[in-house]
Design a binder for this molecule. Sequence first.
Ligand code: RIB
Ligand code: CA
Length: 308
Amino acid sequence: MRKIILDTDIGVDDAFALAYAAKTQNILGITTVFGNVPVAQAVKNAKLFCREIGLDVPILRGCSRPLALPLHANATDVHGSDGLGDVLDNPFDDRAGNAVDFIIETVRAQPGEITLVAIGPLTNLACAMNQAPDIIPLVKEVIIMGGAFGTHGHAGNVTPHSEFNIWKDPHAADQLLSSALPVVILPLDVTHEVQISGEDIRELNQPVLTAISQGYLRYSLEKEGFEGMALHDTLTISWLNHPQWFTTVQSPVRVVTEGITLGQTLRKLTPLASRYDPFAHCRAQTLCLAVQATQVKQAFLHSLRLVN
Ligand code: RIB
Ligand code: CA
């Protein structure tokens, strides 16, 4: 069990990851960021969902837009206009403390002990690193859901070559991944391999998870002919619980920040350092490129299933 700060743009699959983290990790705080929904809505959603699962932890408000790009559209087509399937009344306000300050202060107070788990755009983490570079050697590990490297054809979900979290703020992602921070990456290569069905969700006997996922499942059925959901964000928690079920490679990673493949994540494929090597001075990061999907799925469902 790790001490984690969960950084999230809390949409539907983020909520599933949060429910799993609440059962298996020590959550010190939830920092919110724009992404699936505007950051103000993410604050409201985090407050609401924590009430629904009985989780009492600090909730903080983070960045409202990318470092350099204009704010792209949200993902309300998938997650609903409120980000949680438009099925729950949300009485909460969007006021909260500063997420970047919380990350910095928590890491400084507990050097070597804090794992940052990021399941949305990486803007908060990049700002924390820029504002307080002294925390870089103090962070235990960074675990992100993001990116795509083409395994099994999984190269992108928002463009043919880019994954949503990275695409939303490629500059933040490139700064983080090319820094000295140790990052474990859960890309589409593995997250698309772990799918749960509407029936799996209903069998959890968790009414709030069943309710918030209905719209997501309808979208999936219409667009992909499958009433299901990839456990994108959940796999960051699955990694913390069962790293042995993942096959990894070590490689420096850079992110394309302009042009038709904006948001694409690139790993170093050849040992040759070209005349201009964009990977020079970048540390190797840990990329999860294969997963024992059945074990990961069953462990997740077993952990969340409410036995009457
Ligand atoms: O590409 C999947 C990611 O984008 C997940 O974090 C999901 O919540 C969306 O934000
Ligand atoms: Ca997310």
